[in-house]
Design a protein around this ligand. Structure first.
Ligand SMILES: C[S@@+](CC[C@H](N)C(=O)[O-])C[C@H]1O[C@@H](n2cnc3c(N)ncnc32)[C@H](O)[C@@H]1O
Length: 340
């Protein structure tokens, strides 16, 4: 345990070494307490770090390889063709609850009703429901590549004034310097090129606008890591920070989130495991230069490759339907206050 804490501390020190300016961590022990980067990186406060730093992706080795099976636009499109039927009833209760959503959106600073917000990969509008608590729905645009997911959002009464747009997170149909807030929850894991999506977040924001990206964290337990890596992208925390900083964001912060009944356990990874925010320091496009987009959902895919990826990825995804149930059972059985 001590060594894993030290590993985490070393990794954090490394991240700071890469990009020393504007990096901060808002960790959460899942009861709303926050800890600063100092408590994570200071070797003189290791006992505090041990209490507050859940086992997480920080020390996980993950080869930087090709996209996972459903981390492709066409495969993700078809995955949501079917998942959209049960999404709100199956995915949200196990992985993305209302209290997690509100905690994850808190760093987005949605305090002004006139704020222009884009919710990218907004799907059935579950996160948008959290946004419109603070912002007038007419100022909010929900974008998704899945018409099936968006059809569910259209049925929700509080979202009836939102603009609903079909589009690609890696090529947003909004002008440069358009929005005050960019929110994206649980979508980055399907983007073949996450850096490109974050660069787009930067572009569409106004000067001093804020991006809030909520996404998975990588598991450290071997079986969970196996299924995660077959299914989709579960980035490491430091990867999020690096993508944000490369895109040009300042004041990059990462807040850990997770279902209450996990009691802070992160070794199985989390589909919604962190909320990363960054502020746009200058108007215009991101300083980062990238080549052309690798994938276009409207272009035909090799049917054999598509089918293989789709079946294997969807099978691996079912493991993550079971994990929150397993954790819930453990939470019921193990006496409160004891680790699970
Ligand atoms: C897990 S759902 C999250 C939905 C919603 N944000 C929420 O909080 O419930 C992921 C969504 O990302 C969308 N998505 C995946 N890849 C995308 C892309 N390249 N561009 C736009 N949306 C994408 C999917 O269609 C799906 O609706």
């Amino acid at each position: 345990m001590t060594s894993s804490v030290f590993n985490g501390a070393e990794n954090l020190a490394l991240i700071r070494g890469i990009t020393p300016k504007g990096l901060g961590f808002l960790g959460s022990d899942l009861q709303g307490r926050h800890f600063s980067k100092v408590s994570l990186i200071s070797s003189t406060r290791i006992s505090k770090a041990r209490t507050l730093t859940p086992k997480c992706s920080l020390s996980a080795p993950r080869p930087a390889s090709q996209p996972r099976f459903i981390q492709h636009k066409k495969e993700a499109f078809w995955f949501y063709r079917f998942l959209s039927i049960v999404y709100d009833h199956v995915i949200n209760p196990g992985h993305w609850t209302e209290d997690m959503r509100d905690e994850a959106l808190e760093p987005a600073d949605l305090s002004d009703r006139n704020t222009i917000v884009v919710d990218v990969g907004g799907g059935t509008g579950f996160t948008t429901l959290g946004i419109v608590k603070h912002v007038d729905a007419k100022n909010v645009t929900i974008l998704d590549q899945s018409p099936h997911q968006l059809a569910k959002a259209k049925q929700k009464e509080p979202l009836k004034d939102c603009k609903i747009v079909e589009g690609d997170a890696e090529d947003l149909p909004f002008p440069t310097d358009y929005a005050d807030r960019y929110v994206s929850a649980g979508s980055i894991e399907y983007w073949p090129d996450p850096q490109r999506g974050i660069k787009e977040a930067y572009r569409v924001l106004k000067l001093e606008g804020k991006a809030c990206l909520i996404g998975p964290v990588h598991p450290t337990f071997w079986l969970s890591r196996f299924f995660a890596d077959v299914w989709m992208l579960f980035p490491k925390e430091e990867e999020y920070i690096e993508w944000f900083q490369k895109a040009g964001f300042k004041d990059v912060q990462l807040k850990r989130i997770g279902p209450k009944w996990y009691r802070g356990v992160r070794r199985h990874g989390l589909i919604m495991g962190c909320s990363v925010t960054g502020v746009k320091p200058a108007s215009g496009d991101s300083p980062l230069q990238l080549g052309p987009k690798a994938e276009d959902v409207s272009k035909p895919a090799n049917p054999f490759v598509f089918f293989l990826r789709f079946i294997l990825g969807a099978m691996a995804a079912t493991y993550y339907v079971l994990v929150p149930i397993y954790m819930w059972l453990k939470d019921q059985i193990v006496p409160k206050g004891r680790p699970i």
